[in-house]
Ligand binder design. Sequence first.
Ligand code: ZN
Ligand code: ZN
Length: 517
Amino acid sequence: MKIETIRHSLAHILAAAVQELYPGTKFGIGPAIENGFYYDFALPSEALAKEGLSLSDLPKIEQKMREIIKKSVNFKKKNISRNEAKKLFKDQPYKLELIDELSSISPPTIYETGNFVDLCKGPHLKSTKEINPDSFKLTKIAGAYWRGSERNPMLTRIYGVAFKTKKELDNHLKVEAEAEKRDQRVLGQKLELFSFDEEVGAGLPLWHPKGAILRKTIEDYLYEELTSQEYQWIVSPHIGKLDLWKTSGHWELYRENMYSPIKIDNEEYMLKPMNCPFHVKIYKTKIRSYKELPVKYAELGTVYRYEKSGVLHGLVRVRGFTQDDAHIWCLPEQLSIELTKLLKHGFKILKTFGFKDYDIYLSTRPEKYAGTLKGWEKATNVLKYVLEKLKLKYQIDSGGGVFYGPKIDIKIKDSLGRPWQCTTIQVDFNLPEKFNMNYIAKNGQKQRPIMIHRALIGSIERFIGVLIEHYSGSFPLWLSPVQVWAIPVGSRHEKYGKTIKEQLSDEGIRVELKDEN
Ligand SMILES: [Zn+2]
Ligand SMILES: [Zn+2]
């Protein structure tokens, strides 16, 4: 049975336990999430009037859940009419709201777990006896607006984690505890790398001197690596006219990630969510011959994407970030060669930063897409071919592609075994079409180049966030913002300490003189 089904079933059991312990609770929703589940409750006022729920209440609720599990209660599914549902949930305002929104083609289904009845389309386990009572744990309590909107009441959300075995649970809890000690938000401040400021705005990091030098070290390394691979460096503006984003398709298919237009002289401009259209424009400034291809343009391009304030998370999720972005335009017969080079180069770079374990995904056509089905199929097949030729193990992320093409994503695994999305390599038959890009082929005819979008480390911000946690703040020497301390043993050695500092500095070594008492 699927772990998601166990997790979702545990959410119902959590609700059943809360119903028993706090009669009169109103129920929101309770889905399975990554590693576990949650359920949203509006607790009855008597329970809240005291002091609300606190972490110390969780063991009691967990205990109740175990009691329910051990009773081997069945999950019973029933189809009912909308009217019956309304009667059944007459004291449950949130459920009534959900019933009203159900489409007429899908009548309500309910699940009974002992005395607890939930509006739910399932699926669920047959019985609570399929759950190991020792392989879940309630972990957190948080406030959550009903359906994520500030206009709605604030509910109490209880989170839990759950796995198939106790061993997996223990391992997860161990990793979480270790991760907490290495939290990039805490270490970033302690190491004086970066900070956030409410008056500046959420998700907009301020880089301090030590953080900036770490960044610069990474950028310099990338600059050298990419130059050696025959990339050419370019720079593009942070805003561009709305029309540009209409041509590129971003306005139609990517708008929810973009900020509102900026008015300049009665024309509308957008903060760039991607660098691609600018790079395309530079390609198009002259006639290209097949002899020039592949053309490779690289930019450390800072882009701005809308993220809900609730998901912002230190450097790992921000609203403005710098991509190690590049675009490659090549001949059709060069595509698999270029993709192979890219993957190999990507792995080399990741290894230099200390990442040796990966999960590789091939992401296919999403619901909203540009271009033709045939184009998508062709691009997806080339990506598959390259992965297989390199004998790389990969999984299919069905529907996970970007709107303009399929992609290969590489998730690196950090020292705690946690996966982080990092490298992305995307084939695009669409933008060249939209911007009418050409090269002159051998036969003198105009042809469309194939476009590859790729970022190897992804976002520099996010990558540094991952590096901080991967190394627990103790960076390898080449990345460390301070590489050497010169420590005078006594005050009479201070002068010599200064000499040492100057000599090392002259050699390009990042050194600090520790001459405090
Ligand atoms: Zn359910
Ligand atoms: Zn791009």
